[in-house]
Design a protein around this ligand. Structure first.
Ligand SMILES: C[S@@+](CC[C@H](N)C(=O)[O-])C[C@H]1O[C@@H](n2cnc3c(N)ncnc32)[C@H](O)[C@@H]1O
Length: 213
């Protein structure tokens, strides 16, 4: 038996369980194993540059990303969201969200969650649409997480606005592949026969691409 490999696996499992129990209070759509994947990419992923998230909602994925980067003493997470919710979060829709109905925004609960997890020093919120925020952005990105509006057009726009900033060898993760029809169609189109982007991971719909060198 390879005891070193076993020790390494057990340590990863223990961290996974600890992080998952810490973050159960932060509501969102990310599965725990997907959160763990984001944490590992933020702590150990390739390249140098910012971590950018499109679609932060109440901060669940933001916390997982910031946890990893903070642990490894790496770059902060830029959390980009107008915080007004996607179409499915509006009153009467499939995932109607209390805060959107009462306050018109999830930004207040987002801030409370980031603060409660002690991650404010690693999170830079940008309250704007993805397109608006990209217009003034000028930094290299090593990890881009796209989880905004899941329609085909919006997923394409998020990718086209932000991909040019991703460093060669950097990572681009998409959420809800196989669940959201629009984002899935765009993703499949993007990777089909592409040598510029190679899928390196697929974790129950959290799909990760590596940009070619
Ligand atoms: C599925 S939720 C994100 C879930 C989050 N990543 C989590 O872990 O719970 C989608 C978010 O994208 C945001 N959003 C939708 N369209 C956007 C746009 N054009 N620009 C910025 N944010 C947008 C919504 O406000 C919403 O908070």
């Amino acid at each position: 038996m390879d005891y070193d490999a076993l020790k390494c696996n057990l340590k990863a499992i223990a961290t996974f369980l600890d992080d998952a129990s810490l973050l159960t209070s932060v509501e969102g759509y990310l599965l725990e194993i997907q959160g763990f994947t984001l944490t590992k990419m933020a702590s150990d992923g390739p390249g140098v540059g910012a971590i950018v998230e499109i679609g932060s909602f109440k901060g669940r994925s933001t916390c997982y990303l910031a946890l990893g980067s903070k642990r490894a003493n790496r770059e902060p997470v830029y959390a980009i969201d107008h915080f007004e919710g996607s179409p499915e979060h509006q009153e009467g829709a499939e995932c109607a969200t209390k805060e959107i109905e009462t306050e018109g925004t999830t930004f207040n609960v987002f801030k409370r969650n980031i603060e409660a997890q002690g991650l404010s020093d690693y999170v830079r919120p940008i309250v704007a649409s993805s397109r608006e925020a990209s217009a003034t952005w000028d930094q290299p990105i090593r990890l881009l997480f796209i989880d905004g509006d899941h329609s085909y057009e919006a997923s394409r726009e998020d990718f086209e606005c932000w991909e040019p900033f991703v460093v060669p060898g950097g990572l681009i993760a998409f959420h809800d592949i196989g669940r959201g029809p629009g984002v899935t169609e765009f993703y499949n189109e993007l990777v089909a026969g592409s040598s510029a982007f190679t899928q390196v991971l697929g974790v129950l719909g959290l799909n990760v691409l590596r940009k070619a060198d």
